[in-house]
Design a binder for this molecule. Structure first.
Ligand code: NIG
Ligand code: FE
Length: 408
């Protein structure tokens, strides 16, 4: 059964764009009075609505003006967690340093304690709630990290919760093992010993049980050094995992490492310098900006303009987590970041769709084209420039996942 959805005032396909470097809005492919023909979960054709009519067996009529975009792909979140860090946040915005907050019982370790206390069911409910909120805002694919368990039992519990939420919910959830987030307080040994424990005891179970294909690490002075990270990431690669890195958030260096190791993405990059920017631009590693963390921590943005001008592939993700990025509103963050970094609408929209898909090695989505998944979202306007102009306050009126209307 072929279903024709439309007509739309404009369809932005995000197709046929270069996968790296700066973009201008004139490069956007826009279909006026367009329709999307779908069959099962996929797109059969995108084109003029009237011309597609004879090919359809059924119709889903759009009665209002609307602009259609691919569903957003959020390539970096930590939406599986227990508890809240509102007290940390209040202290931090009032100027209390991060380390002092950690000493007062806050920081990542406090989310670890709450996540360890949470049952599998409570974690599933939390992930599902947040993934569904994201879906209603047009995010049809969301990456979700573990990293608040930090022991075999609790990392596996987190990854099971993500898997279960993926199986029961409408959005696609892509899990990543972030057991190398930080060394937990109760681990008896140094950083190297902890990473050996993760590589030898946790990753084999993650692999055997099919809980994730992706491994992440927080490379930072306060977490793991570049040398420690290189050893661990090479072990993960040898086990068949794709790798990604929390890089250059406070101090630089890890962006270059990520590019050299062939990571799928290097995320954060707020403090990347010209060396890291050039290394990323000359690699296939996607540079993922996380403006939600800059907003949450009151710190500089990732140098998005410089990365694009150097030729990098830039994606934008929410980093939604209970500590540094509690907002979780991807479109709002992308619009604000784009204004601050002087990005074109094409650059922002590509960073949320086709370029974000690349960070997750998913080539079946992120553009509206024949053969791709029928994941898309309609905004109540007639001109695509309205979307970022409203800075996140214009939500999609309709969202489709695998051709099924899931909102609207
Ligand atoms: O991506 N930078 C490290 N990890 C997370 C923060 C986690 C937390 O504070 O709970 C991030 O910002
Ligand atoms: Fe993160």
């Amino acid at each position: 059964m072929r279903k024709l959805i439309g007509p739309f005032s404009q369809i932005l396909t995000l197709d046929k764009l270069p996968d790296k470097g700066a973009l201008s809005d004139s490069q956007l492919e826009i279909v006026e009075n367009g329709g999307v023909l779908t069959e099962d979960r996929k797109i059969v054709a995108v084109g003029d609505f009237e011309a597609l009519k004879p090919k359809a067996d059924s119709f889903e009529e759009i009665k209002e003006e609307a602009v259609l975009l691919p569903g957003f792909v959020d390539a970096h979140t930590h939406i599986c967690f227990g508890g809240s860090r509102a007290k940390d946040y209040a202290m931090r915005v009032a100027g209390v340093p991060y380390l002092e907050i950690a000493r007062a019982g806050g920081g990542i370790q406090s989310s670890v304690n709450k996540t360890r206390e949470a049952s599998l069911e409570e974690l599933i409910d939390g992930v599902s709630l947040r993934a569904n909120r994201h879906l209603a805002q047009g995010v049809t694919t969301t990456e979700v990290k573990s990293g608040y368990g930090l022991s075999l039992e609790h990392e596996v519990k987190m990854l099971r919760a993500i898997k279960e939420a993926n199986e029961t919910g409408k959005a696609d959830l892509i899990s990543t093992c972030l057991a190398a987030h930080t060394k937990p307080k109760d681990f008896d040994g140094d950083n190297e010993a902890y990473l050996d424990y993760v590589a030898n005891e946790i990753l084999p179970v993650v692999k055997e049980q099919g809980l994730s294909d992706r491994v992440d690490i927080f490379t930072e002075e306060t977490a793991f050094t570049v040398a420690q990270s290189v050893k661990y990431l090479n072990q993960a690669k040898a086990m068949g995992f794709d790798i990604t890195v929390h890089a250059d958030q406070f101090t630089s260096g890890a962006g270059t490492m990520a590019a050299e190791l062939g990571a799928l993405s290097a995320d954060h990059l707020e403090n990347s310098g010209s060396e890291e920017i050039n290394a990323l631009a000359n690699s296939d590693t996607v540079a993922v900006a996380l403006p939600g963390a800059s907003l949450g921590l009151g710190m500089v943005y990732t140098p998005g303009r410089k990365l694009l001008d150097a030729g990098a592939c830039l994606a934008i993700a929410s980093d939604w987590n209970p500590g540094s990025a509690p907002m979780g509103h991807l479109l709002m963050q992308a619009a604000v970041f784009g204004a601050a970094e002087k990005l074109s609408t094409a650059e922002v929209l590509a960073a949320l769709t086709c370029r974000a898909s690349k960070a997750l090695k998913l080539d079946d989505r992120g553009v509206l084209a024949t053969g791709k998944l029928a994941d898309f979202q309609a905004y109540p306007c007639a001109d695509y420039r309205e979307i970022l102009y409203h800075q996140g306050m214009m939500a999609p009126s309709k969202v489709w996942k695998n051709s099924e209307l899931v909102k609207g």
